[in-house]
Ligand binder design. Structure first.
Ligand SMILES: Cc1cc2nc3c(=O)[nH]c(=O)nc-3n(C[C@H](O)[C@H](O)[C@H](O)COP(=O)(O)O)c2cc1C
Length: 206
């Protein structure tokens, strides 16, 4: 079995938000879809370790903000790389509005949001699958939705390519530097006239 076939599945990216008491929180998910039209049903799958998952289990409500291609990496790192257990993600976040259900939705770089009420939850081990009904929804813009593939190719910063090592040979007698991958065997130092045996091979960061 070639499990890399799983990478061929396409996804969108969303900010999943919840509210419990006075606490607002949200996390990035790629697992949100409409799974039925009559009656209309939405499904999300949320990692059990996520604080947002606990909040939804206890409150039975959530909003889904649909992110657009213009969403900067900061949106994904803010909601996707830290937990609401340790930080208040909305304390310094200006691009959010409260929906009718009292839960925030992200209003910047989003083209719509859905408000949902949980009908059932199934523990899948790593994740909980919530099936929900739609209680409210709004279109915010016509901008194109971001896909997981676009996030990977155009938004997520690329790791810096490793700099290639530059090889030099340094004369141990006088310090003369010969630049090149291979010092010729019959090389004579132009300064002190010592032979190749007196040279040391050194790798420098390119
Ligand atoms: C691109 C991306 C996709 C993600 N997809 C999911 C997902 O589908 N389900 C999920 O539960 N977490 C997903 N995460 C991870 C959560 O956003 C992350 O664990 C977050 O820090 C949880 O925050 P919380 O503890 O405040 O809920 C994703 C993160 C990123 C950056």
């Amino acid at each position: 079995m070639d499990k890399t076939a799983l990478y061929k599945l396409g996804y969108g990216l969303y900010v999943l938000t919840a509210r419990e008491g006075d606490k607002d929180n949200g996390c990035i998910i790629n697992t949100a879809i409409q799974v039925a039209s009559d009656p209309l049903r939405i499904a999300i799958s949320v990692i059990n370790a996520n604080y947002t998952c606990d909040m939804i289990k206890r409150t039975g409500q959530f909003n889904i903000s649909c992110l657009t291609q213009s969403a900067p990496f900061g949106t994904f790192s803010h909601f996707g790389f830290s937990s609401g257990r340790d930080t208040d993600k909305f304390a310094d976040w200006s691009g959010a509005q409260r929906a009718e259900n009292g839960i925030l939705y992200v209003s910047d770089n989003t083209n719509g949001y859905l408000s949902c009420r949980v009908l059932s939850s199934t523990d899948l081990g790593s994740h909980t699958l919530f099936v929900a009904e739609l209680t409210d929804a709004a279109v915010l813009s016509d901008e194109i939705s971001v896909t997981y593939a676009y996030y990977q190719s155009d938004i997520k910063p690329k790791p810096r390519p490793k700099t290639q090592k530059k090889v030099v040979y340094i004369c141990k007698v006088c310090g003369y530097v010969y630049e090149g991958d291979q010092l010729p065997e019959d090389f004579i130092c132009p300064l002190c006239h010592h032979t190749a045996d007196d040279f040391e091979r050194v790798e420098l960061d390119g």
